[in-house]
Write a protein that binds this ligand. Structure first.
Ligand SMILES: [Cu+2]
Length: 229
């Protein structure tokens, strides 16, 4: 036992000290090199978070032909976490009382008229406007998310979309990925026409004949058509 233990000890210890000291020197020189580079050039990488995320946003928006990121100025929306913004109620979003009351009246009008839509479409066309409902749970639907679909109007008539769902939707002209998305009409992601919550309405007057497809930017599976004759 003692012979075996005594003999190999000396060379092993010498080898270990050599390896460790070389490692320490290499590590020290590396750190010194990094420090010299940092001291002479400073930080030269991308400043993460905002810069990189903004770049990603604009690149992806360009790739999918989405409009520029909207600048949100409404303090109520800014103070709400993005994930909760679809659930903003009319009371919460109303920075002015006037908007909430007008929303309330328009929603009551819309519900009564959407009931009427099924019974008499002709009566509504006389009024110069046609109502389309964004039906409840429409985020899971496709060409039945908007009712009626396709909606038929004559030149000069307006279509009024009412969000009868409880989540945020958009009514955006064009088809997903097309170059002209939102050019004809777009309820948008912010602003007074944004269909952020139940009862909100968006109106567009159709001045030319044609078939006008539209969709929801937040749920591109939701598609509809306005047929103008
Ligand atoms: Cu939607």
């Amino acid at each position: 036992m003692s012979k075996e233990g005594d003999l190999p000890k000396l060379p092993v210890r010498k080898l270990k000290i050599g390896t460790i000291s070389i490692s320490l020197i290499v590590m020290g020189l590396s750190l010194l090199g990094i420090y010299i580079l940092w001291a002479s050039f400073g930080y030269i990488g991308p400043s993460f978070s905002s810069d990189v995320l903004n770049l990603q946003q604009s690149t992806l928006r360009a790739e999918y032909h989405l409009p520029e990121e909207p600048v949100i100025t409404d303090p109520t929306i800014l103070q709400t976490p993005p994930s909760l913004r679809p659930f903003l109620t009319d009371n919460a979003t109303s920075s002015s009382n006037a908007t909430s009351s007008s929303n309330a009246t328009s929603s009551s009008n819309a519900t009564s008229s959407s009931n009427a839509t099924s019974s008499s479409n002709a009566a509504q066309q006389n009024a110069g406007e046609v109502h389309v409902s964004i039906v409840p749970n429409s985020s899971t639907l496709t060409d039945d998310a908007f009712s009626p679909n396709p909606v038929e109007v004559t030149v000069g008539q307006s279509v009024i979309w009412t969000n009868d769902d409880t989540v945020f939707h958009t009514v955006t002209s064009g088809t997903v990925g097309a170059d002209d998305v939102g050019q004809l009409f777009d309820s948008g992601l912010t602003g007074p026409t944004a269909l952020t919550s139940q009862g909100k309405t968006f109106e567009h007057k159709f001045e030319t004949e044609g078939e006008f497809p539209y969709f929801c930017m937040l749920h591109p599976n939701m598609v509809g058509t306005v047929s103008v004759s």
